[in-house]
Design a protein around this ligand. Sequence first.
Ligand code: SF4
Ligand code: SF4
Length: 381
Amino acid sequence: MKRLLVKSSFQKALDRPLFAANYLKGKVRANLGYKLGRGYALLPGRVFFALTGRCNLRCQMCPQTNHPSFRQEIVRKGEADIKGLQKMIDDISPFRPILMVSGGELFLHPSWFDFLSYIKAKGLYCSIGTNGTFLERDASELVRIGVDEISVSIDGPESIHDEIRGLPGTYAAILRGIQHLKEEKKKGIGKPRVTIIFTISSLNFQYLPEMVEQMEALRVDTLRISHLNFLDQKDFDNHMHLFKGLFGIEQDTSWKGFVSDLHHINANPLAETIETLRSRRNGNLRITFFPDFQKEEIIQYYSHGPFYSKSFKNACLAPWDMAIVGPGGELILCPNYVIGNLCEQGFREIWNNEKARFFRKILLKMKSFPVCSRGCCFFYV
Ligand code: SF4
Ligand code: SF4
């Protein structure tokens, strides 16, 4: 069971017993299915809900901003209502997955409060991801619901963050929201944990040390430094050509927006900075890296040519390990590859259907596709 646990997740697991138990169970099931299932998978340890495709921001590094037809397509398909969402939770709660809820911006969904409340009423571990602009308004509800973890994206010190977001005042709004959340937490049971996600790009990598200082001062639980997902045109073209041949899929609703120049980073100083941060032990701030690449890997990651990690197995287990649910209830095994709709069928009917098994068998043979190693965050989870 090589790489049963990635390091950052192991650390997370030590902090949170419910998360740890479900995470470990999911990893064991994923690895068993991968090795023995011949295309079948045991029930997944994690379910990721993209609750809405809508967002109030237009960030420079967002694939949805770079690929407007992607955003239009998911918005056109519509969003599941609270009845549909509750049905999905009824379906999946018996196997106790970890739930991750995000968007677009999840607080734009009219039923976000009822949905998160329903998840917590079922006793499931629930983590949410947000751009933080509605946090000041919604912090007290999040504490009241008992959401376990919240990840907020901040991509640099104030001026850099606001420039990337394309909207002045977003950084200040997030800080006010986090402050409000901390005050509300004191009245509750100490949840949610707060993680700040900093995504590296050519627009902000120079500001990483400054960012760390500011997050230390903010006294959040964790700063997660995340490498950029990106593609070059050749990988995109090769991937689309391959998916057309293997699966008959010609329409891209996922990848085009990852083709950009934002990976043009001077990787040597970046790798040095990350080494320095890694060796530093901060009293009140945990710093994690995703993926947790070593120095030479970081340099290769941001260089031309193929990328193979020495720290990871270079094979995707995601379709055995996690389910992705789109805004309209689509059950997605891999971006662009939908295997059914949870508003219309039960989870167990879809999860191992013919389409799902066909995909897994091919992935078992190929281990990865052209977009995986740099374009997809699921490759290293
Ligand atoms: S907040 Fe997230 S979804 Fe919205 S534009 Fe920015 S990166 Fe994209
Ligand atoms: S890593 Fe590759 S195979 Fe796995 S989900 Fe992402 S794109 Fe699909």
